[in-house]
Design a protein around this ligand. Structure first.
Ligand code: MG
Length: 184
């Protein structure tokens, strides 16, 4: 990966006549939270998880994909998920959030970047996610074109504190790096 970054950095230097490392590699952060309720499917990172409650949202409520999408868009300096896919637009009602992520990846590609790695934390008191982390990482890798070794999924409880600690909802904090993909 480091060699790849250096290659793109050199390409950038050739084109612009100066050496710009920072322009070739960028980082973004995303956060999302949704309430848990009955009569909803629980979908995290594109993976359906067997649980009596699911996340409420205009879309499918997938907090993991929403946080990752926002982190990607932020890294590229693009408008955020709420601006691009407003919850007042019926086109996004109950939409599979992987479609929003694919759309964001296309916009990031237009801006000249590709996903490089994902690191995220799911904040969930219930259900216990330890047995689902690998499946979520594999799903994210497939959706973003990354290797599974470039995707990290961590799950944390909120130690019983506050609404998250009372299992009223699930949140996700994601960090995503992107690398210049049109350097040559
Ligand atoms: Mg959301």
């Amino acid at each position: 990966m480091y060699r790849l970054a250096r290659r793109f950095a050199r390409a950038e230097a050739t084109r612009n006549g100066r050496f710009i490392v920072a322009a070739s590699f960028r980082v973004g952060i995303g956060y999302d939270i949704h309430r848990l309720a009955e009569d909803r499917r629980l979908i995290l990172g594109g993976v359906t998880i067997d649980y009596p409650l699911g996340l409420v949202g205009h879309s499918d409520g997938d907090v993991v994909l929403h946080a990752v999408t926002d982190a990607l868009l932020g890294a590229a300096g693009l408008p955020d998920i709420g601006d691009l896919f407003p919850d007042t637009d019926q086109a996004y009602k109950d939409i599979d959030s992987s479609k929003l992520l694919a759309d964001a990846i296309a916009k990031v590609a237009e801006a000249g970047f590709a996903p490089n790695n994902i690191d995220l934390v799911v904040h969930a008191e219930k259900p216990k996610l330890s047995e689902h982390k690998q499946a979520i990482a594999a799903s994210l890798a497939a959706l973003t074109g990354l290797n599974i070794s470039e995707v990290s999924v961590k799950a944390k409880t909120n130690e019983g504190l506050g609404p998250l600690g009372h299992a009223d909802g699930i949140a996700c904090t994601a960090s995503v790096s992107i690398i210049r993909s049109n350097g040559d």
